[in-house]
Design a binder for this molecule. Structure first.
Ligand SMILES: O=C[C@H](O)[C@H](O)[C@H](O)COP(=O)(O)O
Length: 228
């Protein structure tokens, strides 16, 4: 039987959740396992409250009986556990493969700590093989896509079942193929200067720790400077 490395990483990360914490729930097939494990711990008596980064994660949490709170009722979170599409050794991430990057960034930045959960295929030395998801407003999207192309990528509007994909916030996603991103920080600044860009999937200086599940059944933990 093959090991589920996503589950392995996600369940390890859930060990960092303690009684009384306010927790951010990530999105995607790895975060799914973390939410599932949290639900199990809640049913065994763990006392937490949570906010979710997508409708799908909110629905999953509700089904598992994880107490959800409105954003207006909490001013910050203790810990967010979320997946990534790519991560490097400096804990820089590409996120948004599932389209949830805006909500994920709001939640992660409102958390004291963020733990990234991933299988080893997501760990890279240079970010960029995975097309960078950029959330853009539908208004004048053609101009925004042209501005993105000027940054040296091949942007492609995401589609789902033939239709233009819309995020939970009603925006489009442009998947930007860079192949290699030399400076994630410079690129993030350039993206922020494009008016039609709502948010981009580069998470820099946000994650505090990565828990990476490996195919041999072991777990690698990368800690950021703030945790050393
Ligand atoms: O928008 C989606 C998120 O950023 C996900 O956390 C990311 O795409 C990783 O998803 P998965 O764990 O399914 O590979």
């Amino acid at each position: 039987m093959s090991i589920n490395v996503k589950q392995l990483a996600a369940e390890k990360a859930v060990e960092y959740v303690q009684d009384g914490m306010k927790v951010g729930l990530g999105t995607g097939s790895t975060a799914y396992w973390a939410i599932r494990k949290l639900g199990e711990r809640v049913s065994e008596g763990l006392k937490i409250t949570a906010v979710a980064t997508s409708q799908a994660s909110e629905d999953q949490a509700r089904e598992l009986g994880i107490p959800l709170v409105a954003f207006g009722d909490v001013d910050s979170l203790d810990l967010t556990i979320d997946g990534a599409d790519e991560l490097d050794g400096a804990l820089q991430l590409i996120k948004g493969g599932g389209g949830a990057l805006l909500r994920e960034k709001i939640v992660a930045m409102g958390s004291t700590r963020m733990i990234v959960v991933a299988d080893e295929s997501k760990a890279v030395t240079t970010l960029g093989k995975f097309p960078l998801p950029v959330e853009i407003v539908p208004f004048a999207w053609e101009w925004t896509v042209a501005d993105l192309a000027k940054l040296g990528c091949k942007p492609e509007l995401r589609r789902s079942a033939g239709e233009l994909y819309k995020t939970d916030n009603g925006n489009y996603i442009a998947d930007c193929r860079f192949e290699a991103i030399d400076s994630a920080a410079d690129l993030a600044l350039a993206l922020q200067r494009i008016p039609g860009v709502v948010e981009h999937g580069l998470f820099i200086g946000i994650a505090d720790m990565a828990v990476i599940g490996k195919n041999d059944g072991t777990i690698e933990i990368i800690e950021g400077e703030s945790n050393l």
